[in-house]
Design a protein. Structure first.
Length: 179
């Protein structure tokens, strides 16, 4: 015959076993995830090695530009805008046709309240899309940023026109609210 103490002891053992099983499953899932990520990384490396030399060079340049952008992002978050500008410009120098690098540089100028420079960077960002495939969301973001700068410069009619153009690219609620 089991007593209350025995039942409680059995319950505690079962609970402990369930916790250990849960931890073991979590550990196995983490190991499986790491193995999968490693396999994906190796497959990506093999695919990159199979590319023609000029494509590999472009890919390496893009990686370097992304690293520069990441550095710029770190400085931007710290509100160290001078260094952020330097790194974003380095990224632009490496990949001048990437809209994001120009848009990030424009964001720095906006934060520095250099609205004319912000507008110029946004115009450069828009130029990168001419004749090239582009991400309409990123273009809309650059246009909205230009609209914000024009608004701060009290150029209301032009600001509204730019916001409307941004809405044509991406019907985003945030842009609607700015309009």
């Amino acid at each position: 015959m089991l007593t209350g103490v025995d039942i409680q002891g059995e319950s505690e053992k079962a609970q402990k076993k369930a916790e250990l099983d849960k931890e073991a499953k979590k550990k196995k899932d983490e190991e499986d995830k790491k193995k999968k990520e490693e396999a994906e990384r190796l497959a990506k490396e093999e695919a990159e090695k199979a590319l023609p030399p000029e494509e590999r060079a472009k890919l390496e340049t893009k990686k370097k530009a992304e690293a520069e952008k990441a550095q710029g992002n770190d400085y931007y978050k710290k509100k160290d805008f001078e260094n952020a500008l330097k790194y974003y410009q380095n990224a632009i120098d490496l990949c001048p046709d990437d809209i994001v690098f120009h848009s990030n540089k424009a964001a720095v100028y906006f934060e520095m309240k250099k609205y004319e420079d912000c507008v110029a960077c946004c115009d450069e960002a828009v130029k990168t899309t001419e004749g090239n495939p582009y991400d309409y969301v990123k273009l809309a973001k650059a246009l909205a940023r230009k609209g914000n700068a024009l608004l701060q410069m009290k150029q209301y009619d032009e600001s509204i026109a730019v916001y409307q153009k941004a809405m044509l690219e991406n019907n985003d609620h945030g842009i609607k609210m700015q309009l």
